[in-house]
Every structure is written in structure tokens, then in C-alpha cells.
Design a protein around this ligand. Structure first.
Ligand SMILES: [Fe+2]
Ligand SMILES: [Fe+2]
Length: 187
């Protein structure tokens, strides 16, 4: 099944805008590095990383429509902040490859907010997305989070949430309730 997912993603990525395929490839490269350091499966981390944002091309109206029509399990918070639905919608699109594999599903479904059921693989994909060098260039405060990710995943996630909650609060952006739960769980 992983081989089929890989082939699907290789082809899918060719259809995505270059800014998005470049982000997915950078995220996948970091995921492989982190998997090797933290003794996770590099191929699985790479595939989830390549997959996580494949639904990022949809606008909010389409994301809501896809989630509603297909009865995706999404919270009221997610429906009222539809930009975060691109995780659940990506997981839905890959259903035939990942429905039997809860870890692949969770890496993709929960990549925006995090989730307190995360395993090592999920944490690697989550952090690889957050420390994309392009994001660090825009927000240099993420640099120390990147260094931490190579040493201790939980510490890097805690530090990420603290930096992120601060950033979101200052910019008047609501914090995903699942992120708060996960942060509380880790601390
Ligand atoms: Fe995303
Ligand atoms: Fe991303």
C-alpha cells in the first residue's frame, strides 16, 4: 500500500502549484532527517510529509463543501475556521491508501493543530512542516524550535506551541482547541 501511495503522491505533486510542491518536498526532506535521528521509519514520515498539504489548493467554500458532503469528522471550531479543514480533506482524499493505517491518517489529518494521540511519526511530520526553512525565514523565532526538533521532539512541540500561541494571540487569531489540549497534555 505504501508503494501505491508513493506513486499516487509523485503524480499528484506534479499537478500542484510550484510554491506548494516545493513546500511539500522541503517538509519531506526534513521528515527523513528527523526520522533517522529519532528512529522512526523514514519512508512513512516522508510520505505523510509529502501528503499533508495536498488539499491546500482548495478555497474555504470548497473545503467546507467536501467536509460536509462526505461527513468528515470535523469540529465546530474547524468548520468556523475552514482553512484548517485542508488536513481532514487531504486525509479523506487519500482514504483508499491510508484508511487502514491510523498513524499515516493522523499525521495528515492533524498536521495543522497537532493531537494528543500523536506517536513519534506524527510528531516528526508535524514539526517538519513547522520548521520549513521558508517559514523560519519569515519568523526567525522558529530557529530555536528547529534546533530542538533534532534533539527532543516533545520539547520542540512545547516550545512551538508557546511561540505560536503568543503569535496567534498578538494577531487576534483563535487557537485550535486540539492544540491547547495537546500542549496541556505535554506539559
Ligand atoms: Fe497545512
Ligand atoms: Fe504545510
Amino acid at each position: 500500500m505504501l508503494r501505491k501511495l508513493e506513486t499516487y503522491l509523485e503524480n499528484k505533486i506534479l499537478t500542484l502549484p510550484s510554491w506548494l510542491s516545493a513546500h511539500l518536498k522541503r517538509t519531506a526532506d526534513i521528515a527523513v532527517e528527523l526520522a533517522n535521528i529519532h528512529e522512526a521509519d523514514p519512508t512513512r514520515c516522508k510520505l505523510s510529509a509529502l501528503a499533508h498539504d495536498i488539499a491546500k489548493t482548495y478555497d474555504n467554500i470548497d473545503l467546507i463543501k467536501i467536509a460536509r458532503t462526505n461527513n468528515l469528522e470535523c469540529s465546530e471550531f474547524e468548520f468556523s475556521h475552514p482553512e484548517v479543514l485542508h488536513g481532514p480533506v487531504a486525509a479523506f482524499h487519500l482514504n483508499e491508501y491510508i484508511s487502514e493505517d491510523i498513524s499515516l491518517f493522523n499525521s495528515i489529518r492533524w498536521h495543522t493543530s497537532g493531537n494528543k494521540n500523536f506517536d513519534t511519526e506524527n510528531k516528526i511530520v508535524f514539526m517538519s512542516d513547522k520548521i520549513d526553512p521558508n517559514k523560519i525565514n519569515k519568523r526567525p523565532e522558529l530557529n530555536k524550535i528547529k534546533d530542538l526538533a533534532y534533539k527532543n521532539l516533545d520539547h520542540s512541540i512545547i516550545e512551538f506551541f508557546e511561540t505560536q500561541f503568543d503569535y496567534l494571540t498578538k494577531n487576534n487569531i483563535d487557537i485550535h482547541p486540539e492544540s491547547k489540549k495537546y500542549y496541556e497534555y505535554l506539559t
